[in-house]
Design a protein. Structure first.
Length: 157
């Protein structure tokens, strides 16, 4: 699943783009025109990696969105959240994160799980409301496997 693929669906001014694979030097955003869109939703759950060339191309591409358009990032995997936190312009000023995954880990079982945080449920604005308890498939308690001050930094913007 390394090869980058993007599927675009447009209904009037609303555009939904689902992305999967690696965003790298081979990823192309050709055909993913954003002009004329009033709302652009990027479904990013399938993005598995991004490198510096991919970041550069991403920023050039999102800048083609109309300034008046609302840009929504949905189901952001950790690789995307890391870029939002580190790279200026990766999430433009007209962009917002609607949902993102948070890694959890269990010391007892060694298992990992990605938990989806959604706006209005696990976070609202700058406030976090993490689930009270997360368990793995065997019932073992799990803890957030991130440094909260760094991982959730983008919520403070």
């Amino acid at each position: 699943m390394g090869q980058f693929k993007a599927e675009k669906n447009q209904n009037g001014g609303e555009v939904v783009i689902r992305m999967v694979g690696h965003i790298d030097e081979d990823a192309t955003f050709n055909g993913l025109t954003l002009d004329g869109a009033s709302k652009i939703t990027l479904e990013l759950e399938g993005v598995s990696a991004i490198n510096s060339c991919g970041i550069r191309e991403w920023i050039k591409w999102v800048r083609t969105a109309p300034e008046s358009a609302q840009l929504v990032y949905k189901k952001c995997p950790k690789v995307i959240v890391d870029q939002i936190n580190m790279v200026s312009g990766f999430l433009p000023t007209n962009g917002k994160v609607e949902s993102f995954f948070v890694p959890y880990y269990s010391d007892a079982s060694g298992s990992e799980k990605m938990v989806l945080f959604s706006e209005g449920k696990e976070f609202k604005g700058q406030e976090l409301f993490p689930p009270g308890e997360v368990k793995d498939d065997s019932g073992e308690a799990m803890e957030m496997d991130v440094i909260e001050a760094k991982y959730f930094k983008f919520l403070q913007k």
